[in-house]
Structures are given as C-alpha cells and as structure tokens.
Design a binder for this molecule. Sequence first.
Ligand SMILES: [Zn+2]
Length: 319
Amino acid sequence: MTADEDHNIESSFKEFRFRAITDTPLSMAMKYALIHPLRSPGSPDFLFDDETVKSAIRKIQADWRCKVIDLGDEGWSPATGIGLRVAVNCPPTFSTFGIARGSKRASNRACRKYLVCPFCWTRKVVGETFARLEYDLYGTSRSQRLTPYDRGDADVDPLPLDIIEIRRTDIVGTEHTPEELTELAYKSRADFRKGFDKIRGALSLSTIEPVANTWKLTRRFLIVLHKGHGNEIPEESDFLEVRVHKEKLPLEKLAAIVGRVCAYPAGMMRGDPEMVRKILHARRGSRKNSKGNLRGTSKRLMNFYGKLRNKQDRSAQSS
Ligand SMILES: [Zn+2]
C-alpha cells in the first residue's frame, strides 16, 4: 500500500465519542470475553471501571484498524475497497457513543467479520451464547430485549442445573494446515458431548489462532446437565481445564462463564497477519457442506445442542 492510500484510509476513520459503558449481564460477558484476553491477560477480575473499559475499547479499536489494513495488504479480500472502510469503522460493543461531526457517512454498520473482528466476535459469539443460556436457565432471552435483570426482577429464579466448562488447548506445528485443524475440530466436536449422558444442552466452540510460530487450537465446551446427572467429570491436565458450577447461577455469574468460554482468540489480533489470513481462508472454505447449502462458517466455529438450540420461546414444543 502506498503512503497516499494509507492516508486515505486514516481519513476515513470515524471518530467515536464514548458516552457510557453499558452494564447489563450481556455487556459484562462481552467485556470479559474481549478485555480479559486482549488488555489484561492474567487478571481474573472483569469488573473493570468505566474509564478502564473506555481506554481498552479505544486501544482495541486502534489495534483492529491496524490489523484490518495488514490483512488487506496480505490479500484478504474483505479488507479491501469498501469492505476495508466498513471494517475499520466497525462499531464497538458494550458501550454507547456518538460519531463526531465531520466523520463521513455516519452509518453504524457492523463489518460482520466475526472470526477476526473483536467487536463482531462479541456481537455474534458472546451474544448468541448468552441469549441461549439465558433462555434455558431463566426462560427469557434478549430476543425479548430485556433480561430479567433489566426489568428489575433479577431475583427470577434460575433453574437448578449443573454447568461444566471444558477447555482443551493444543499447540500444533505449522506442518499442519489450518484446514486440517478446522477439520479436526469439527470431527471431534461431538466426542466431548458423547462422554456425557443425558445432556440437557451444550455449546461446542473451537478456535485456531497463531501464537509465535505455531497454531493454537482451542476447543471449548459448555455442557448443561440436570442436577444429580451422575456423569463422571473429566480430570484436569496440562492441556485440559475443567470448571464445574453446581449452584443456581445468578446472571452475573452466567456472564462470567459465557465471557470465559467465549473469550476472543487474542492471537487473531496479535499474530502474524499472513497466518491470520490463512486461518480466515480455511474457515471460509468450510462454508458449504456436501449439499452445498450450509452457512458453515458459524457451524464450524460453534455448535449448539439440545436445549441450547432453542433461540426463542418455544417451550410449548420443546418440553
Ligand atoms: Zn466488526
């Protein structure tokens, strides 16, 4: 890219003026999923104060803009032409803001490149997971706009269910391609589920990201079980993290769980742009199934099972 083009892109950056940081349980889950891996690794706390969150959003936005430009230079086509301008101006989440006067075309269009865009990651991955779990545990969801929390009946009783988080991390050499890893993750997604009897619902989410000169493959599972399920819980090991939640979960606790399971893969932001482009390409290649009609990117990134397939109030049919 020439200096002139570079200048052009920067002049199309919209200036976001943050008004407030939102504090719904969903926003808390989004904050955890993004700020924890990108801005404060190692910190178990996600109740950041608003100023910290605002400056984190600004920094993440600046990093994302650089990443998009790098990916465009690597030939990732969504980061060229008009797509580039949409991506660099993708609106942040868990905050409200105005767009400064003088910023051209003040549309708030999201770029929807959720495999890599940190804000779209929270909209899609965190948002969808949270809504489905919330609906299963509380019998309501964001599709009704307001959570029990927002409505002021935060004492709505969640169902007494056990929730198990499992995270398996593998570091794989670059002799393997992201296509192979995508395939591996896809094929193994049912294995963990099969290890449990009578699951109520589950989420399987797999990410590939570059870390140093290797691929990091992370398979994350969230398994919802009825009380007294009697399943044996897998043991922790060097590559397996396991967390079991047995109490009735208040929404804030649910937010922390969703934020952790759906943590943004930081290597997509920090890693080598060429490796990131290869991952995006491999995942794009999975758009079609044998019938050629599957919108497979999301299918391969995350799968919902059992009750977590229910997006809206379908309790009449699904009980
Ligand atoms: Zn985006």
